[in-house]
Design a protein around this ligand. Structure first.
Ligand code: TRP
Length: 460
């Protein structure tokens, strides 16, 4: 069993926590969580989301780190090594391949949204938000997403940033980017919440986010629950091998369980803070919580436009949002780059450029779906929305089920016991029960339920 990865290792245990939280905390928390919660009426969604993080997310995160650290390679080769070790079918490598496809799809739209954030840095700095109301904020947003050329420019810049960091490698590239930026984002988010609490409808927001009202699930409960679960996978970066490869750079002495709980808690905290920063502004300005992917881009500018120093503060906020997206995006590219280096002997730089170019091309289709190609839809969704839906709600949970089954059923008990190093205690046994029974069944049921299959066979 390899003790280190050929791609390098995290220099300290804190570096892993920072990198994994850097992967987890991103647009998923600040852009996606509020709009998904808003789409399904708030509290009930948040409750289901929290349950999914605790009962499905943390156990699967532990499993991913465990597999990665034991295999010490890209997810595809890690699965190959582990299946050989455990005497299982090589076809489990499909976990790694599926992850690559999923990463391509996610990163292609992720980069476009990160491009919105980039564009907003300059708008905020230029004072474009000063004194605007909800209508003006909506117009500013619409004029950005309607302009394919501008979106292309920002998307290109963001992908170049991602390729740059990934091409520099684990210790000098990935690690450096997260060390200062994550704490800064956190501080700024807290300031935003304080501002929203003093100037916005804070009580309304608390009530909206934390008083579950399952009436709001009526008519689309299956879809709402799937969406909350999908959000948990997306936000924790689970189900496609990103956390797995970060685990492959983690030293043997680190506690997988503790790290997983820390990363998941930070991620959840940031999502909730984002909700508390955004919804008070939504309600105070009579905006609709279910206005979709544009939600934060139509609400936060109003707050920046009102607050003293909002020009500087707004620019800073979007800078940090870009950084959060950046540290997430690198974890989406890393598994493929590692594989290209391992199997095709590519240099890291060449591998990063090739992978980045592919994502960049796919991203063009995403950004065009917002304007030129807006008439083209599949299942009523444009390409960007389709990729978003398909990855979070289907591909990541599917990857998660496979990872759970492999870690819980196909890997010998002795192997997971050895790798998790928890001893035979309660924590290990709880993990094993969650990963063997709870996680796979829950994910399966939620997916079947959303497809309406439970109704068909009379179980719902
Ligand atoms: N978790 C990130 C976010 O919330 C996005 C992300 C990074 C991701 N790596 C991932 C999502 C792997 C799914 C899988 O913004």
């Amino acid at each position: 069993m390899a003790v280190t990865s050929i791609h390098g290792m995290w220099s300290t245990r804190l570096a892993f926590i920072l990198a994994a939280s850097g992967s987890a905390v991103g647009l998923g928390n600040i852009w996606r969580f509020p709009y998904a919660a808003g789409e399904y009426g708030g509290g009930a969604f948040v409750l289901v989301y929290l349950i999914c993080v605790a009962a499905i997310g943390i156990p699967i995160m532990m499993a991913e780190i465990m597999l990665g650290r034991r295999g010490r390679q890209s997810p595809i080769n890690t699965m190959r090594t582990l299946t050989a070790q455990e005497g299982r079918a090589g076809s489990w490598q499909v976990v790694g391949w599926m992850g690559i496809v999923t990463a391509f799809l996610i990163l292609s739209f992720y980069s476009v949204i990160a491009g919105w954030a980039l564009a907003y840095v300059f708008r905020a700095a230029a004072g474009a938000f000063n004194g605007i109301d909800g209508v003006a904020a909506g117009e500013i947003f619409a004029s950005l997403v309607g302009d394919a050329e501008r979106l292309l420019a920002w998307h290109t810049i963001f992908m170049a940033m991602v390729v740059l960091v990934v091409s520099r490698g684990v210790a000098s590239g990935l690690e450096k980017a997260v060390r200062y930026l994550m704490p800064a984002l956190f501080v700024l988010l807290v300031v935003m919440v304080i501002y929203a609490a003093s100037a916005g409808d804070f009580a309304g927001a608390i009530d909206y986010l934390f008083a579950p009202d399952f009436e709001k699930f009526k008519g689309h409960a299956g879809e709402a629950i799937l969406s909350a679960m999908g959000q948990a996978f997306f936000s924790l970066s689970l189900g496609m091998g990103a956390i797995m490869i970060y685990g492959s750079y983690l030293g043997r002495d680190a506690s997988i369980a503790r790290n997983s709980v820390i990363v998941a808690s930070m991620d959840t905290l940031v999502a909730l803070l984002a909700g508390l920063a955004i919804f008070p502004v939504v309600f105070a300005n009579g905006l609709a919580p279910d206005s979709g992917p544009g939600l934060i881009f139509q609400t936060l500018p109003i707050a920046f436009g009102e607050m003293p120093g909002g020009q500087l503060f707004g620019a800073l906020f979007f800078v940090l949002l870009v950084f959060a997206a950046w540290t997430s995006a690198i974890s989406l590219l890393e598994p493929l780059v590692a594989w290209l280096v391992e199997n095709l002997s590519f240099s890291r730089v060449r591998a990063s450029i090739l992978a980045g170019l592919t994502v960049w091309l796919l991203g063009i289709a995403c950004l065009l779906s917002l304007n030129e190609w807006s008439g083209f839809t599949v299942f009523g969704k444009g390409i960007l929305d389709l990729f978003d839906f398909l990855t979070a709600n289907i591909l990541l949970p599917l990857g998660g089920i496979l990872i759970a089954i492999f870690a819980g059923w196909k890997m010998a008990r002795a192997s997971s016991l050895d790798e998790l190093r928890l001893g035979e205690g309660l924590v290990y046994r709880a993990w094993r029960m969650l990963i063997r029974y709870v996680a796979p069944t829950a994910v399966m049921l939620v997916m079947l339920n959303a497809l309406g299959i439970l109704k068909l066979i009379g179980l719902d």
